[in-house]
Design a protein around this ligand. Structure first.
Ligand code: PMP
Length: 428
């Protein structure tokens, strides 16, 4: 592949944007090489500035569950744009998307829209603290909840990729209120609760972790967390920024039949525009300004274009009764195909998958937490990534990320991907 124009654009970008990117994982630091500049995308494919085409498994890191430039979403945004892009007043469409989201997701009565997953999680934690009157939070090593200060404590995603889990700029004062637990270890959570009696406001978790590769919750783990929270007056926050509207209409709450006290959304809920949201029952949400004392706000929150994109996306997911089954089948097909190839070639690996989230770890052991996720062979991953890219298959440029399967992918695309894996595997 020829990357001449991408390289030139990157050099130019580096002069004026730190690292040439507006979000670190885009920089290819973990895998080496020069990031590819995308010119446009349609359905399952990305087209770069040198006219190379790729089958896309990043899907904008999750939002594009129905593929790129999905017509109902594009049309809705174009129509809205003609009527003005922001008013800073209430608009009808905010209530429409709120009603629809609440009808799709269990256990929520009210929802507040923000502009990113980071804002959603940050606000959810503030609300939990305000509601319970307690300061400490529990997060899991390797889970990523955005770049708000209290989450940058052994965070996943780019924060691992760059080896700076505890970012400078996060004060000791903030860090001391974030307690770190091992994912999938209920014993560890019990210990933490026992030594911080009556001090913990909430436990925040990715119910299926997607920021250390994909790591499913072990059987019973989320139930046990729920019970611990109930017994200790702690709120359970599901960060469903990745899993919301992706694993099921009602996200992980529906998939695992577990009630969370506060749920955070991002990605799919915005249809590819900058949207996040957090939701809970009326009791909890009534603590939020202007009803209650916990402050939270946003100039562009509930922006009409963003709401139009999100509403069109949710309407589509709500009416297509087969979508989640179809996505799961496609992902299973991919899983089986890749596993067969890697097994035939005797390449050590573990594949984790839930619904349309999947990741390949170059490690023999089960990958169940942050520690086991870091045991994967990164050199093999780098070769795998670049090999696939060269074959026109674009996976996330880090072993600590999940691949997202979109409904735009055809079985022909999946076959092409498996053939590409076969070709690349012979070079690993
Ligand atoms: N939570 C989770 C689970 C995420 O995966 C992400 C982003 N990858 C975030 C929060 C932060 O969302 P955003 O990048 O929109 O701020």
């Amino acid at each position: 592949m020829n990357y001449t124009r991408s390289s030139a654009l990157f050099t130019q970008a580096e002069q004026v944007i730190p690292g040439g990117v507006n979000s670190p994982v885009r920089a290819f630091k973990a895998v080496g090489g020069t990031p590819i500049f995308i010119k446009e995308a349609k359905g399952a494919y990305l087209i770069d500035e040198d006219h190379n085409q790729y089958i896309d498994y990043i899907n904008s890191w999750g939002p594009m569950i129905l593929g790129h430039a999905f017509k109902p979403v594009v049309d809705a945004v174009v129509e809205k744009t003609k009527k003005g892009t922001s008013f800073g007043t209430p608009t009808e469409i905010e209530t429409q998307i709120a009603e629809l989201a609440i009808s799709m997701v269990p256990h929520i009565d009210m929802i507040r829209f923000v502009n990113s997953g980071t804002e959603a999680c940050m606000s959810a934690v503030r609300l939990a603290r305000g509601f319970t009157g307690k300061d400490k939070i529990v997060k899991f090593a390797g889970c990523y909840h955005g770049h708000s200060d209290s989450f940058l404590i052994q965070a996943g995603s780019g924060a691992v990729t760059f080896g700076s889990p505890n970012s400078p700029g996060v004060t000791q004062g903030t860090a001391k209120d974030t307690l770190l637990a091992r994912y999938n270890s209920i014993e560890h959570v019990e210990q933490i609760i026992a030594s911080n009696k009556n001090e913990i406001a909430c436990i925040i978790i990715e119910p299926v972790a997607g920021n250390m590769g994909c790591i499913p919750p072990l059987k019973g783990f989320l139930n046990q967390l729920r019970d611990l929270c109930d017994a200790n007056n702690i709120l359970l926050i599901f960060d469903e920024v990745m899993t919301g509207f992706r694993l099921a209409k009602g996200g992980a709450q529906e998939l695992y039949n577990i009630k969370a006290d506060i749920v955070c959304f991002g990605k799919v809920i915005g249809g590819g525009l900058p949207v996040g949201a957090f939701a809970a029952n009326k009791d909890i949400m009534s603590y939020l300004a202007p009803l209650g004392p916990v402050y939270q706000a946003g100039t562009l929150s509930g922006n009409p274009l963003a709401m139009a994109a999100g509403l069109a996306m949710l309407q589509e997911l709500n009416k297509d009764t087969k979508i989640y089954k179809r996505l799961e089948e496609k992902t299973e097909f991919l899983h089986n195909g890749i596993a067969k190839v890697l097994n035939e070639m005797n390449i050590m690996h573990t594949i984790n998958r839930v619904g349309s989230m999947i990741s390949v770890h170059f490690s023999e052991d089960d990958v169940v937490d942050f520690e086991s996720a870091t045991k994967g062979n990164n050199e093999t991953f780098k070769k795998f990534f670049h090999g696939l890219l060269n074959e026109g298959v674009y996976i996330a440029p880090s072993a600590f990320e999940t691949w997202f399967v979109s409904d735009a992918l055809t079985y022909q695309d999946l076959d092409h991907t498996i053939k590409a894996v076969k070709k690349v595997a012979s070079t690993l």
